[in-house]
Write a new protein. Structure first.
Length: 287
């Protein structure tokens, strides 16, 4: 909570959820992904720069396509997109009950440039702390409601006032259900395959994230790699995010994608999750 970073493609969960919630897209909506878009005078490309052709938004999330995220943002419009950034808790501190939370607010809605709206849609050009980002993803796990994060449950017999705050509805339960299914597809068919926990392969969710680290106003080849997910998918017992700053996989000096979240952060998530499943006696949901 004291360290801010650019979350990368984990943000696509927020972007696509907002666009679905206002009825502009569905998981099966088909778009054309030529590999890049020109927005605000900039050419902004997918991570691989490839022409992916006709794809669904489920495929966009599975394979983490920036063009799909930008098109979803454009479909819902700047005003709605910013409204959901606020609702998911990404434009203000989380308010967690521990001192030292660091926070860098994004520009106001009318001050953001078209290109910044575009990059924010896939998690670059916006700073968050990990509590903020995890709380945002937790909205999906929590049936569309934002649960204010806290560390302390009670002091003596007194319940922490943070826990008594009402959980506000951010997205509809149906939107949360659809996004949960899309995040399950990420694990089953997409970039989340390295986070599969034995026995939960069909019953866990995930999303990878890889964002370039800026130095003196320019992006470098160093990255933040991350993975977020929850399980069981329909009755979650925990939501967890793993973020690795500047992973350095051999060969990544020539190909920075070797440091991607699926390759670095997701296996760490998998090992922690597997230990939690055993120690907490978590079983898959009944089908």
């Amino acid at each position: 909570m004291s360290y801010v970073y650019e979350p990368g493609s984990v943000m696509k969960v927020v972007t696509l959820s907002g666009a679905m919630d206002v009825g502009k897209i569905t998981p099966s909506t088909v778009i054309d992904d030529p590999g890049a878009l020109y927005i605000g005078g900039y050419r902004i490309a997918d991570w691989d720069g490839a022409n992916h052709g006709k794809v669904t938004y489920t495929y966009v999330l599975e394979h983490s396509l920036n063009v799909g995220a930008m098109k979803a943002m454009l479909a819902e419009g700047h005003k709605n997109f910013y409204k959901y950034l606020q609702a998911f808790g990404l434009t203000q501190p989380s308010g967690i009950d521990v001192a030292g939370e660091n926070f860098i607010p994004p520009p106001s809605a009318d001050k953001m440039q078209d290109s910044q709206y575009a990059t924010t849609a896939f998690g670059q050009g916006i700073d968050v702390n990990m509590v903020q980002m995890l709380s945002a993803i937790n909205v999906v796990a929590n049936g569309g409601k934002y649960a204010p994060p806290h560390v302390v449950e009670r002091i003596g017999n007194h319940i922490n006032p943070v826990m008594l705050q009402p959980q506000r509805q951010v997205i509809s339960p149906d939107t949360a259900k659809q996004m949960t299914a899309m995040m399950q597809a990420v694990v089953q068919f997409g970039s989340g395959w390295t986070a599969r926990v034995p026995g939960f392969e069909l019953d866990q969710t995930g999303k990878t994230g890889t964002s370039q680290i800026p130095v003196k106003g320019k992006y470098t080849q160093k990255v933040w790699a991350s993975y977020v997910g929850f399980l069981p998918a329909k009755n979650p017992k925990f939501t967890m995010i793993v973020v690795i700053r500047k992973p350095n996989v051999p060969g990544s000096e020539y190909d920075w994608t070797l440091n991607d979240g699926y390759f670095t952060a997701a296996p760490v998530w998998q090992k922690i999750a597997q230990t939690m499943v055993v120690s907490w006696h978590i079983t898959p949901d009944r089908k």
